[in-house]
Each structure stands twice: as C-alpha cells, then as structure tokens.
Design a binder for this molecule. Structure first.
Ligand code: NAP
Length: 210
C-alpha cells in the first residue's frame, strides 16, 4: 500500500519504521522538512515529501500530528478527496486527566467534520509510540491490539490491512462515534503507563473466554 505519514515525531517515526518493514511504500511529510528528511534517511526506500501535495498517490494517510494541528495539516496536504485518513490523535488536556474536546464528541469526529472530503478511521491511538516502534509481539503468542472505529468500511479495511501487515491484532470497535471510547481508553493507558508506573511497553486488549 502507498502510505503518507504526516508528522515525524514519536508516532510518525514508529509508523515509518514499521510500515516500511511491512513492505509498504512510505512517504513522510512534516512542517519541518529537514526533520522529515532525516527520518526518511534512516529507512531505505522511504521518501520525504513536502507537506504541500503529500496526499498525492496515497492509499492511506496517517495523521501523526497533535490533534490541534491535524485538520490544518490534512488540508495542507493537497487533493485529499476520498482519501483514507487514519487518525491516531489523543486530544489530551495538559494534565493528561481529560480530553480537550470533552466526552460528547471525539477528535476523530471533529476532524471528520472539519475535513468532510476524507474518510476517517480512528485507530492506533491506544498504543504507545514505544510499542509501535518495538513491534506488536508481546511474547507467549500475545499481540498488541489496534482498535478501529470508522463509518467508512473502506477506511476501516485499509487500516486493518496496515495493522495486520505490521503484526497487530485488530479489534473492530464499530462506528466513528466510538472514538469517544477509544480516546479515553488511551487516556487510561497513559495513566497506567506514567501515573501508575507500568511504563510504556503496555497496551490494552480484549480477551474472550473460550
Ligand atoms: N507518543 C505516543 O506514545 C502516542 C501514542 C498514541 C497516540 N499519540 C498521538 O499521536 C500524535 C503524535 O504524537 P507524537 O508523540 O508523535 O508527537 P510529537 O513527537 O510531538 O510529533 C508531532 C509531529 O507533528 C508535527 N506537527 C506539529 N504541528 C504540525 C502542523 N501544523 N503541520 C504538520 N506537522 C505538524 C511535529 O512537527 P515538529 O517536529 O516540527 O514539531 C511533529 O513531527 C498526537 O496526536 C498524539 O496524541 C501519541
């Protein structure tokens, strides 16, 4: 798949690494072109591109910017009509104890509302960057889970294909509205990781009794 990653920070870097390792055609763009170029240079076959036009030819776009920058970054990426956009953002308050958008909407819904020409899927937001960078394998046959919420079956299938290609287990979390659950779930994960001291090699998953 051809994937454009917007953002070259912790999550952008982890996506570039794992998507490339999974054999995808990866391009990375950010507001700091030199930083994106430096990231691309670390991975053979990865190209850095200007943000302006970064959406061209992409089968999927990973939005790896802060939530507050996400809609503008998307709009800056050129013709984004009908593009699959994977929203990984967590709109956390400064103290990490709440969501800046509240609980009667979600970052994913707000991005979809602000940029209605794209097909948004929420996912990967419950994984720490370290987990994404290190890989899905947790040992003993355990895999980290990617939860996906979208109103677009096409977007969900694209995100599922990418997640599975990187080795993750996928749980279909329903429509985009359920990002209202996935974003607080990430908040809990962050509390457990930092507040409760479990560290950043944890990830939420769901188990079924056999
Ligand atoms: N870190 C995690 O463990 C984690 C886990 C799950 C989800 N997330 C979510 O993933 C997103 C990225 O997190 P991160 O930890 O990777 O943050 P980060 O390290 O701060 O990286 C953010 C990236 O976004 C870029 N950016 C900021 N404003 C931009 C704009 N207006 N246009 C284009 N690019 C812009 C930054 O560029 P500069 O380099 O120029 O500043 C940087 O490359 C956030 O929404 C976060 O909530 C993070």
């Amino acid at each position: 798949m051809k994937v454009t990653v917007i953002g070259s920070g912790n999550m952008g870097s982890a996506f570039v690494k794992q998507l490339r390792a999974a054999g995808h055609t990866v391009r990375v763009a950010g507001r700091d072109a030199a930083k994106a170029a430096a990231l691309a240079a670390q991975h053979a076959g990865v190209e850095s591109v200007a943000l302006d036009g970064a959406a061209q030819g992409a089968d999927a776009i990973v939005l790896a910017t802060p939530y507050e920058a996400a809609a503008d970054a998307l709009r800056a990426a050129g013709d984004i009509t009908n593009k699959v956009v994977i929203d990984i953002t967590n709109p956390l308050t400064a103290d990490y104890m709440g969501l800046t958008v509240g609980y009667s909407t979600s970052a994913a819904e707000e991005i979809a509302r602000a940029v209605p020409q794209v097909e948004v899927v929420k996912g990967f937001n419950t994984l720490f960057a370290q987990v994404l960078a290190d890989g899905a394998d947790f040992g003993d046959g355990k895999k980290a889970t990617v939860f996906l919420a979208s109103d677009s079956e096409r977007a969900k299938q694209a995100a599922r294909a990418l997640a599975e290609s990187m080795g993750f287990k996928v749980t279909d979390a329903g429509g985009l509205k359920n990002a209202r659950y996935l974003e607080p779930l990430a908040g809990l994960n962050i509390y457990l990781g930092y507040g409760a001291g479990l560290g950043t090699t944890i990830a939420p998953t769901w188990i079924t009794k056999s």
